[in-house]
Design a protein around this ligand. Structure first.
Ligand code: ZN
Length: 283
């Protein structure tokens, strides 16, 4: 199953990329609010399996918004690929470096991202995990059964602010408005031949700058759910940005950063792509 947020309403995406409005098709059993579906995730899954797409319609991709627009918790993991850790001068280990992107940074797969005016705005393609069931002290082997689905994300990062202050401030430097694009939809794990081995690609103005596979993650999706849920409770509708591979601007000599007018394309095999343009901030 694939589901999305089309102009603020929950839709199922059918073959040939058509959209079926969930509230209409279910006769109101499920509401239109994309974030509310996790309160009744199992019932939604059962209903979605019975759906036919006869009443589905083509749609304008530009009307897709963040498929998980208001999680209660958003986790992000730093340095989860060895080659990325080494390009930024760190030695990787298997202790997760966890931070958040504050929720006001969430935006859609085709949204314009305002450049905040700082000089070191960087890109990070990431697999994003969406939690479907409450998870507390879950083992890595069982972790996938707590996952609603997967989507693509960009962990846009302002490096100067990230490293300003007495301690690094990942959460602040990565939370300007629009710094957390997600989408284009959520894909349930059963749709993917191997959800632990997906191709990731980030393209800047047509040039491939990051290209890797999620099987290279130091801590897998299962490991991350186990480590996080050992400490806290993962709630339905939470999201986890799972880290980025090598190829970010900070790791280059000289470093290279995003400018107004740049187009950032973020792709994950079996899921889809985001296409975000960097624009001048208003006011
Ligand atoms: Zn990241």
């Amino acid at each position: 199953m694939r589901y999305a947020n089309l102009s603020g309403r929950l839709v199922l995406i059918g073959p040939g990329d058509v959209a079926l409005d969930v509230a209409h098709a279910s006769g109101g059993e499920f509401g239109p609010e994309p974030q509310a579906i996790y309160e009744r995730w199992d019932a939604f899954l059962s209903w979605a399996r019975t759906v036919t797409f006869e009443d589905a319609r083509p749609f304008d991709r530009k009307c897709l918004e963040a498929p998980v627009p208001a999680p209660r918790q958003l986790f992000a993991v730093g340095l989860n690929y060895r080659d990325h850790a080494s390009e930024v001068g760190q030695e990787a280990n298997d202790v997760p470096s966890v931070f958040t992107k504050f929720l006001s940074s969430i935006t859609g797969p085709y949204a314009e991202v305002p450049h905040p005016g700082y000089g070191s705005v960087d890109w990070e393609v990431e697999l994003v995990v969406v939690i479907g069931r409450q998870a507390r002290r879950v083992g890595a082997a069982d972790a996938w059964s707590y996952v609603a689905g997967l989507t693509a994300g960009q962990d846009i990062s302002e490096r100067e602010l990230q490293h300003a202050g007495l301690v690094p401030q990942f959460s602040l430097g990565k939370s300007f408005p629009g710094f957390a694009p997600m989408g284009p939809w959520v894909v349930t794990p059963d749709e993917l031949p191997d959800p632990d081995d997906l191709e990731l690609r980030c393209t800047l103005n047509g040039e491939v700058v990051q290209h890797a596979r999620t099987s290279q993650m130091i801590l897998s999706v299962g490991d991350l759910i186990a480590r996080l849920s050992d400490v806290l409770t993962l709630l339905p509708g939470d999201v986890i940005f799972t880290g980025t591979p090598a190829g970010v601007g900070l790791g280059r000599t000289p470093p290279r950063y995003l400018s107004v007018g740049d187009e950032l394309v973020t792709e994950i095999g079996g899921i889809g792509e985001l296409r975000n343009r960097i624009v001048r901030a208003e006011g």
